[in-house]
Write a protein that binds this ligand. Structure first.
Ligand code: PHE
Length: 364
């Protein structure tokens, strides 16, 4: 056991009583400046703690240990007490200042997070704008549609196998009408043709119908609700060449000037001849990749010449007019343009996804 040095005991006592005094002073300080002065007074280079600890230089190793330990404890105690009090007073001072000042230009400004249209809406808008530039006008139809308009007048015969092509949601209403959630935007064609057949409408009809459609379908590339855009042109004569020219224009504007468009023979009840519309793969420029399954082409739309039966069912003389139509899925276009592999991401509405897929600057 080492002998007790009276010196070290005294110094430690002095340190403790100085701590008590300092604490009192800190407690009753009225301003942050006052607290700062106390910091200098006690903890500064020439402050009271340093003065008391100067004795360490000549102390024995045992005394040094004792005094050092107490000194450190006192220092830490003082430092925390002072910074806590300083923060508290600074906060009060700022609040007082804010109460008195109308404007504090030193505070950081508030930033607003602007909203923007959903990516599907942005793509839809872009598609509509291109068709408008091509001289087509937008027409809207109901989403709950007569089965007659959705199928029958479009030459889907009752019991026709083609009805199975589109898995339909049927709607019941009190009047027991045959209603469906429209499976495609083509019934808008029917509405326009029926409406204009009764009037002396000057040809051509040049329209497009954007909107929501519904099918019983749900996987990585299908959703029970999705969007389509449909084009219809009716004139004295209007053929496949005109249709192809419009689709060339559309896809070159939508993707890039180098986009190529090709037709493949297909079947729809309401068009004859019918075509599947492919574009050169936007990922590999037609060279062949995983997305286009090495074919260099991507299927993006259906199209064809309006079937004579559709004209007849809508009150028009198929001998006197000709027309073409096309229809395509907006989500499909969005997936290709925004490089989104899973269609369902559009409907989950994760903010990170919506921000990353946004096309332009913030707007309405
Ligand atoms: N309505 C068709 C569909 O949804 C697409 C289409 C429209 C095909 C117009 C040809 C002409 O599958």
């Amino acid at each position: 056991m080492s002998s007790k040095a009276p010196d070290s005991d005294n110094v430690c006592k002095d340190l403790e009583s100085m701590l008590a005094l300092a604490k009192e002073k800190i407690h009753s300080a009225k301003s942050s400046d006052e607290v700062e002065q106390l910091r200098v007074e006690f903890l500064g280079k020439k402050g009271k703690v340093s003065a008391l600890l100067s004795i360490l230089r000549d102390a024995t190793p045992e005394d040094r240990k004792k005094i050092g330990a107490t000194g450190n404890k006192v220092k830490i105690n003082l430092e925390t007490g002072i910074s806590r009090k300083k923060l508290e007073l600074e906060k009060d001072e700022l609040n007082k200042k804010l109460e008195n000042d109308e404007l504090d230009s030193s505070l950081p400004g508030l930033t607003n997070a602007f909203g923007r249209p959903h990516p599907v809406r942005q793509i839809m808008r872009e598609a509509c704008q291109i068709l408008e530039r091509a001289g087509l006008k937008s027409v809207y139809g109901p989403e709950v549609e007569y089965e007659d308009y959705c199928f029958d007048r479009l030459n889907f015969k009752p019991g026709h196998a083609a009805r199975d092509m589109q898995a339909t949601f049927f709607v019941k209403n009190a009047q027991a009408e045959s209603l469906v959630l429209r499976t495609h935007t083509s019934p808008v064609q029917v509405r326009v043709l029926l409406d204009l057949a009764k009037k002396e409408f000057p040809l051509p009809i040049r329209m497009f119908a954007p909107g929501r459609v519904y099918r019983v379908d749900d996987d990585a590339t299908h959703s029970p609700m999705f969007h389509q855009i449909e084009g219809l042109v009716v004139d004295k004569t209007s053929g496949m060449g005109d249709l192809k020219a419009h689709l060339d224009y559309f896809f070159r504007q939508f993707f890039s000037q180098s986009t190529k468009v090709r037709f493949r023979p297909s079947y729809f009840p309401f068009t004859e001849p019918s075509a599947e519309v492919d574009i050169s793969c936007v990922f590999c420029d037609g060279k062949g990749c995983r997305v286009c399954k090495s074919s260099g082409w991507l299927e993006v739309a259906g199209a064809g010449l309006v079937h004579p039966e559709v004209f007849k069912a809508c009150g028009w003389d198929p001998e006197a007019v000709g027309g073409w139509a096309f229809g395509m899925g907006i989500e499909r276009l969005a997936m290709l343009k925004l490089r989104v592999p899973d269609l369902r991401s559009f409907f989950e509405n994760r903010l990170s996804f919506l921000r990353a897929t946004s096309l332009g600057s913030p707007s309405r």
